[in-house]
Write a protein that binds this ligand. Structure first.
Ligand code: IMP
Length: 412
């Protein structure tokens, strides 16, 4: 049994992490987010009720679990307020359960304006961002211009930092993008009042998490987006602006690598991508439509239709190398139920994918609880993926509900 595990998307995000984090959270004491921001969309279906989380760790639906937002997350306080309101309306209490690092860089409305103005200016070559201000907020962090949550404690310094930041961005917004500019006094007043609302949530995250480890608590590190969207290792420049791969956990929380006992790759049984960028196995035919419709492949954050394609084992192998995954959770396997034939990319030749073809199983597998009870063709598909990736498939998710899984290895 492992005490502390990481759960990371191994493709371009939307692999179904939220459901698996939620499932494993039953056995955990804390869930930690370490990168990204409210660009993420984690869909949880519990008792037929759907909750979509963007910023708050997926563990929040379990009353006994502490949820921590680490310093690697870019924090929009406006988005946080909206999400907490939804949770409150669902009678989920977050005080003394949600804790936020004082080193989180803030996403301010000016970052959102910059993100959107840039995408418009780029026209056809746009990244297809979520328009949530993620990139500009990370840029401000790296340029040492950013404002962090803990900076709200010091009113005087906050004003001068904000003034400097807005002076810089307003110049660009006005003169380069021809957009509205932001008023420093208004933003300052708003931040001060938000500080009053959230000051009790602020913690020194590294020591907080360390004390959980010392007390023998079980901790989950919840990734957002996927490995192929990593700023360093992904399909640059069509990536997000954070490290979605394993290293992001350490820089994004301040814990040591020795504290992670197991890393779980979330792998969808086919591939999807939202936004622009290369996608070797993308489908434009009726199979793509089937995947999109049966898999409800619409962005949880932006509602955009996701691009769909076959499973790409070459890209996945790379993802496995970078993250050193201990095991795989194969998700949405039931989405393939109605297909006559299924293809899997096993090689790239002259920049075109080479496929291996599998016979479909043409049966509803969503109620099956044991691997042995799966149709023969499903078993062949799953076992081949495992063999190619040389990594055990420890969980199969065969439906959207919390209970629709086949657990092959009870590692946590
Ligand atoms: P950004 O993170 O908003 O800057 O967007 C950069 C790229 O990452 C775009 O292609 C987005 O569609 C993609 N992206 C960001 N968040 C997610 C996510 O949670 N799931 C899938 N794609 C995402």
């Amino acid at each position: 049994m492992k005490n502390s595990i990481a759960i990371l998307g191994a493709q371009w995000g939307d692999e179904g992490k939220g459901k698996i984090v939620d499932l494993l959270t039953e056995k955990s004491d804390a869930v930690v987010r370490f990168q990204g921001g409210h660009n993420a969309g984690h869909t949880l279906v519990v008792d037929n009720k759907t909750t979509i989380l963007h910023l708050v760790p997926s563990g929040i639906l379990h009353e006994h679990v502490k949820c921590i937002i680490g310093n690697g997350v870019v924090l929009s306080i406006d988005a946080l307020s909206e999400e907490l309101e939804v949770l409150r309306n669902n009678e989920i209490n977050t005080s003394n359960r949600l804790f936020i690092s004082d080193n989180c860089p803030l996403i301010l409305p000016v970052h959102i304006a910059l993100d959107q103005a840039r995408e418009i200016k780029k026209g056809k070559s746009k990244i297809g961002t979520t328009g949530r201000g993620i990139g500009p907020a990370y840029e401000d962090k790296v340029s040492r211009r950013g404002i962090r949550l803990g900076d709200l404690r010091n009113e005087k310094e906050l004003f001068s930092k904000l003034n400097e930041l807005l002076e810089y961005h307003n110049f660009i917004l006005k003169n380069y993008y021809n957009c509205e500019i932001f008023n420093v006094d208004k933003m300052y007043e708003k931040l001060l009042s938000q500080y009053q609302d959230y000051k009790d949530y602020i913690i020194d995250a590294p020591s907080f998490i360390e004390s959980l480890f010392k007390d023998g608590k079980k901790v989950i590190f919840e990734g957002a987006q996927g490995s192929l969207l990593d700023i360093d290792h992904g399909t640059y420049p069509f990536v997000t602006s954070s490290n979605t791969t394993i290293g992001g956990i350490f820089t994004g929380t301040g814990i040591s690598p020795k504290n992670i006992d197991y890393t779980l790759a979330i792998v969808k049984a086919y591939t999807t991508r939202v936004g622009s960028g290369p996608f070797m196995t993308e489908l434009f035919d009726k199979n793509g439509k089937i995947l999109s419709e049966k898999g409800h492949e619409f962005g949880a954050t932006t509602g955009r239709e996701r691009r769909c394609g076959w499973l790409d084992l070459v890209a996945l192998k790379r993802s496995i190398e970078i993250n050193g995954f201990s095991g795989i959770c194969l998700t949405k396997l039931d989405v393939l139920d109605s297909l006559d034939k299924i293809q899997v990319c096993i090689e790239y030749k002259n920049d075109t994918p080479v496929y291996k073809e599998y016979k479909g199983w043409k049966r509803d597998i969503s109620k099956i609880k044991n691997f042995d009870d799966l149709p023969e063709n499903t078993k062949i598909y799953v076992k081949d993926i495992e063999d190619y990736l040389k990594t055990p498939i420890d969980i199969i998710s065969n439906g959207p509900g919390r209970e629709e899984n086949i657990i092959m290895n009870n590692f946590f």
